[in-house]
Design a protein. Structure first.
Ligand code: NAD
Length: 283
């Protein structure tokens, strides 16, 4: 498995498995189990997905040694702040049946993120988390965290796919040694991605699928991807992207699909900030 090296030296697989919107706990466990059996070694969950227990059970059932798996979970807005973040971390760890986490992310740039970050820095120094990072942080929020704290986030997980390419933001992150990770690498199927004429033609040329081309395009840019699927054949398909290469011309053509704005979640919209901040989950 190809890996990226984070700013603290920790290695992270460039391809992983995401479990957003798999609310059916048994289906989630089965999907993560299938992914691990197929060879995935990075699993991306979050407290707010309410499936950390299922992920933990699948990891245990798989028999894959703990040190071979890179587990990410995220701190939701309701738990922002120093004390709450520490408590939320312990809850997540317990649900996942783990004694350390590979990557802990602040899920959204709202609420007391500075308190959360101080707690996460401590947990990192205590050896309970191998790397700490953020998600959905625009460059100004990222800079706010960088200048006010000791640890520079190792990762920023943001909406990134062929229609929302994050080219300038990725460069900004690179300048500060923050690894970009894509959520929604398949644009959650939106914008008719799987029927996109350009992607279909490039896929046919390589005898691959549109999903494989969309994922390959991201990893060739050095972006970590965590596609989600509950179907075994797609889990296998999304993993099979290391045996072909997109040409410079393919890469440039795909670059033309960029709309330079988010398709799924607009972090600039106050209504979205309000909606997300009011969203709660149960411990
Ligand atoms: P995605 O882009 O991975 O799309 C998933 C959907 O694409 C599936 O539900 C399925 O309908 C379809 N699909 C998957 N593989 C396919 C294939 N080979 N062929 C055809 N269709 C296929 O969307 P996502 O799940 O939102 O993003 C991936 C992961 O990123 C999530 O599971 C989650 O872990 C993470 N995520 C994080 C945030 C965040 O705020 N940090 C937000 C959304 C998602």
């Amino acid at each position: 498995m190809q890996k990226v090296t984070l700013n603290n030296g920790v290695e992270m697989p460039i391809l992983g498995f995401g479990v957003y919107q798999i609310e059916d706990i048994e289906l989630c466990e089965e999907s993560v189990y299938n992914a691990l059996m197929e060879g995935y070694r990075l699993i991306d969950t979050a407290a707010v997905y309410e499936n950390e227990e299922a992920v933990g059970r699948a990891i245990k059932r798989s028999g894959v040694p703990r040190e071979e798996i890179f587990v990410t979970t995220k701190l939701w807005i309701q738990d922002a702040g120093y004390e709450s973040a520490k408590k939320a971390f312990e809850t997540s760890l317990k649900k996942l049946q783990l004694d350390y986490l590979d990557l802990y992310l602040i899920h959204m740039p709202f609420g007391d993120v500075h308190g959360s970050w101080r707690a996460m820095e401590e947990l990192f120094h205590e050896g309970k988390i191998r790397a700490i990072g953020v998600s959905n942080f625009l460059n100004d929020r990222l800079m706010d965290l960088i200048v006010h704290h000791e640890i520079v986030p190792a990762v920023n997980q943001v909406e990134t796919h062929v229609f929302t390419q994050q080219v300038e933001n990725a460069q900004f992150m690179k300048n500060y040694d923050v690894q970009i990770e894509s959520w929604g690498p398949l644009a959650e199927g939106k914008n008719n991605i799987f029927k996109n004429e350009l992607l279909v033609s490039i896929a046919e040329k390589h005898q691959k699928t549109v999903a494989q081309v969309a994922l390959r395009w991201l990893i060739q840019r050095g972006v970590v991807v965590i596609p989600k699927s509950v179907h075994k054949e797609r889990i296998i398909e999304n993993f099979d992207i290391f045996n072909f290469e997109l040409s410079g011309e393919d890469m440039e053509k795909i670059a033309m699909l960029d709309t330079k704005k988010s398709l799924i979640l607009s972090l600039h919209d106050p209504k979205e900030v309000e909606r997300l901040s009011n969203m709660k989950f149960h411990d």
